[in-house]
Ligand binder design. Structure first.
Ligand code: GLP
Length: 260
């Protein structure tokens, strides 16, 4: 795991956007896995800026979103469809036919989940997966106890996450109790992952993810087994890491090595 600690949310967002932009330039037909939540918002804003001011080209990019609430229609203002179009897709030159977001309303959900997995395979697999993390260590909507080799499916949302996500709805009772989500196993097949976390509320989840044992209690901890993961944190999210200074040292050393 490469751990990058930035001073604040703005710097974290910029760093994440730089990495995404660099990967797009290197492979214009890249397949991106995308996440929702407040954390990647700053990164999306920066990517939109890069598109508008620097001509970052999304015309050949394919995207697969991690998850969607079950069962709310894509037109619902709190749906992840709405979020993605509102915050990213409407502002860049992406081909809508290359945008995949799980449907929150399909009838034959098992068949649909298999189809979603199949589409990821047909696209050649995900090159770069963006991830946030829940306070309980979830990635996508893979809540604690999720199988670490799970695939795309409908999952119940944990009470802690319902509480957290209530801020986006009128009240807690409106928060969906289920979501359709890529599985942990699906995420682990991405060729590279970038996990973002900001703020003190994520510090404990980050400690478990980076330094804790690999266990289903913290699904994000499985990323320790992934060969290419970059964790980008702000100071607050990094504050419970036992080896924080060591990670800074390692990052500095590898940057020096690359400079030659
Ligand atoms: C949601 C999403 C996750 C996201 C997480 C954290 O429930 N399903 O993909 O990473 O919560 O959200 P936020 O970035 O708003 O803290």
């Amino acid at each position: 795991m490469r751990i990058i600690i930035e001073p604040d949310y703005q710097a974290l967002s910029k760093k994440a956007a730089q990495i995404v932009a660099q990967r797009i330039k290197r492979k214009p037909n890249i397949v991106l896995g995308l996440a929702t939540g407040l954390t990647p918002l700053g990164m999306y804003r920066e990517l939109v800026r890069m598109h508008k001011e620097e001509g970052l080209d999304f015309s050949k990019v394919t995207t697969f979103n991690l998850d969607e609430y079950w069962k709310i229609p894509s037109s619902h203002p709190q749906s992840y469809h709405f979020f993605m179009w509102d915050n990213l897709f409407s502002h860049i030159n992406i081909n809508p036919e290359r945008v995949y977001i799980p449907s929150g309303t399909v009838d034959e959900v098992e068949v649909y989940c298999q189809w979603y997995e199949e589409e990821i395979r047909r696209a050649g697999g995900i090159d770069l997966q963006i991830l946030g993390i829940g306070r309980d260590g979830h990635i996508g909507f893979n809540e604690p106890g999720s199988s670490l080799s799970s695939r795309t499916r409908v999952k119940s949302i944990a009470p802690e996450t319902i509480e957290d996500n209530a801020r986006f709805f009128k009240d807690k009772s409106q928060v969906p109790r289920y979501a359709i989500t890529m599985g942990v196993g699906t995420i682990m097949e991405a060729k590279e992952c970038v996990l973002l976390a900001s703020g003190e509320s994520k510090a404990e989840a980050i400690r478990k993810c980076v330094e804790g044992p690999i266990c289903a209690e913290c699904p994000a901890s499985i990323l320790q087994l992934h060969p290419r993961v970059i964790v980008i944190l702000d100071e607050e999210a990094s504050q419970r890491l036992n080896k924080k200074e060591y990670y800074r040292y390692v990052e500095e050393m590898s940057l020096n090595l690359r400079k030659g």
